[in-house]
Design a protein around this ligand. Sequence first.
Ligand code: NVA
Length: 310
Amino acid sequence: MRHFLRDDDLSPAEQAEVLELGLALRADRFARRPLDGPRAVAIIFDKPTLRTQVSFTTGVAELGGYPLLVDGNLARIGERESIADTARVLGPQVAAVVWRTHAQARIDEMAAYAGVPVVNALTDDFHPCQILADLLTIAQHRGGVAALHGRTLAYTGDGSNNMAQSYLLGGATAGMHVRIATPAAYLPAADVVEAAAAIAARTGGSVEVTDDLARAVAGADAVATDTWVSMGQEAEAAEREQPFVPYRLDAAALALAAPDALVLHCLPAYRGKEITAEVLDGPQSVVWDEAENRLHAQKALLAWLLERAA
Ligand code: NVA
């Protein structure tokens, strides 16, 4: 049984396969119907959502299935009932489980007991579906999946959050040079950097974490950022402003990248905080394609996982 709990659950060849299928489904949305029946996919949110709910519900329907939204506030998984027991209830009834939750250990436990593929729709540590969509967006704009290899992907902002950690793993898997610019107090976890470096050593990519924005962004083919206050960190909002101001993605920072660098943001974006309106709404921004590509990337991923679970 294959799951997608973190970016490196797909090997480089498998990631490329999923991305190729994502491009194919972008071109022909109804080309695959692995959920015909319809079979249900449980989609559970313990944190807020817009893009993820829309793209997974639409995606499951387009794959021929039934998107079964489970309200995390009602289910209170791990509180009202253990994660393992929840997994044993869901598994026999659904084709897959998609879950947005807090600690990574929670989704690991779901995967251990569900008996069906489990997909990470964002945890505190990783947001691997978003990175698939980001890679698909670069592929879309740069001549295909093979064109990812050797490109530089820079991220500026909170290096300790799920997006930064997923860029490290997912970007390295794609053979990219991943550069993270972040204050020293907000580094990605050492084990994630190590895992990404080990992957990069095999794929021909590289990873670098620096507190120097100019160094990270210099000549980059794509530049990404994310909110300084991730879901669940609202109480830290005040202290999470000043340290990141030098890492804002503004026109001056973007000017250091390649002249045609793509601007990525997983959204929601806070204009004037981590990114200026000029950059987010500017000609290099591909954030709306990136949001749409959640649909195509996740459909490809589900189709790929379901094929292996059959
Ligand atoms: N780092 C952000 C990503 C939102 C899609 C968060 O976890 O809130």
